[in-house]
Ligand binder design. Structure first.
Ligand code: SF4
Length: 214
């Protein structure tokens, strides 16, 4: 992780937000969508619905056209209104600051809860998305395709204060370098990566053939 953090010194969420409510909305919208696209939609959305109470009053007809470009807009609009309604009814309009309470909100899974805890609420969180799963398994610092299991493994290996940075770094590495077709030539942990050293990376990227050395 030290090598990867050196390669990606400014790893952080790319979603724009100013508080936990905004980050929760943006993270729900980011499913199957780029952060860049979400950031194009959220300024107007946050202006119109500045908090959970305002969003809870919205109808799906109001919301759908505003978030259409993020994809899956019908499901996302139901999740957003359901989440906001639950926040108002159960938490007096405040985004709760525990994993247990967050995952009880409509449309909020463990990954989304960890993003909000770690980035907006000051509670250690280690979101595991498809990038974290892929990169951690390839390097060999985690094993398994169950996000919760990989979260436990990485969480046990790292100090809680470093969880968020670990997740952000692995996500950025997965987006930029360790893509499905990995760019191992540019990777800081190539000399320690199981996937590269075993020759499996070369099977996905022919430019790497003959370069793996134990
Ligand atoms: S060496 Fe290749 S497979 Fe291993 S982490 Fe780096 S980019 Fe991914």
């Amino acid at each position: 992780m030290a090598l990867l953090e050196k390669q990606h010194p400014n790893a952080d969420t790319e979603l724009h937000f100013t508080n936990a409510y905004e980050l929760l909305v943006a993270t729900i919208l980011s499913a199957q969508c780029t952060d860049e696209r979400v950031n194009q939609v959220t300024p107007a959305l946050f202006q119109r619905y500045p908090n959970a109470r305002a969003l809870a009053q919205a109808t799906t007809q109001d919301l759908e056209p505003q978030i259409q470009s993020t994809g899956f807009f019908r499901a996302k609009s139901r999740s957003l209104i359901g989440m906001a309604t639950a926040v108002v009814e159960r938490h007096a309009g405040h985004i709760p600051s525990t994993m247990e309470a967050l995952v009880e909100l409509p449309g909020v899974g463990r990954k989304t809860a960890n993003v909000v805890l770690g980035h907006a609420l000051g509670v250690p969180g280690l979101p595991v998305d498809r990038h974290v799963l892929r990169v951690a398994n390839r390097i060999g610092i985690a094993r398994g395709d169950d996000p919760e299991l990989v979260e436990q493994q990485l969480g046990a290996a790292m100090r809680p204060k470093d969880w968020m940075r670990t997740s952000d770094t692995l996500i950025l590495h997965g987006r930029r370098i360790c893509r499905p077709r990995p760019l191992c030539d540019r990777c800081a942990v190539r000399a320690r990566c199981d996937f590269f050293l075993s020759g499996k990376a070369a099977a996905l990227n022919p430019a790497l053939r003959g370069k793996a050395r134990r």
